[in-house]
Write a protein that binds this ligand. Structure first.
Ligand SMILES: [Zn+2]
Length: 122
C-alpha cells in the first residue's frame, strides 16, 4: 500500500481548529482522495478522557471512504492516550493528533495499532 499523504490545507485546518477549540478537544473524521487526506468532518464528543471516553463510534457518520481520524490534545502531549488506542482501530487506518501550541510541527500521525507513521505533506 502506498504511503498516504495529507494536503497542507487540511493539516493547517486541523491545527487551526485545535487552536480555536483550545482548551477543549476536537475530533474529526478524515478522508482521502487518491491517497491524499484532504477532507474532514467534525464529530461531536471527545475520546481522550481516561476516565470516561464520551466519544462513541455510534456517533460516526455512517459513510464509506473513512480513512481515519484527527483530534487534538490540549495538553500538548502528542502520544495517543489509552482511550485513543482503544478507539483507533474502529475508525480507519490513519490517526492524527495535533497538540498545543498548534504550530506547524505540533502534530503526529499514528496507525490503527498506535504505531507512529509518516505522512507526506503535499
Ligand atoms: Zn487523544
Amino acid at each position: 500500500m502506498r504511503q498516504p499523504g495529507i494536503s497542507r490545507d487540511l493539516l493547517d485546518l486541523l491545527l487551526k481548529i485545535g487552536k480555536s477549540q483550545h482548551p477543549l478537544e476536537f475530533l474529526a473524521i478524515i478522508r482521502d482522495h487518491d491517497g491524499i487526506l484532504d477532507e474532514l468532518e467534525l464529530v461531536p464528543g471527545t475520546i481522550c478522557g481516561e476516565e470516561s471516553a464520551s466519544f462513541s463510534p455510534h456517533m460516526l457518520p455512517l459513510r464509506t471512504g473513512l480513512t481515519g481520524s484527527a483530534h487534538s490534545h490540549p495538553n500538548g502531549v502528542l502520544q495517543p492516550s489509552n482511550a485513543d488506542l482503544r478507539f483507533f482501530p474502529s475508525v480507519g487506518r490513519i490517526h492524527i493528533i495535533v497538540g498545543a501550541p498548534y504550530g506547524a510541527d505540533d502534530w503526529r500521525c499514528y496507525t490503527a495499532g498506535g504505531q507512529p507513521c509518516t505522512l507526506e505533506v503535499i
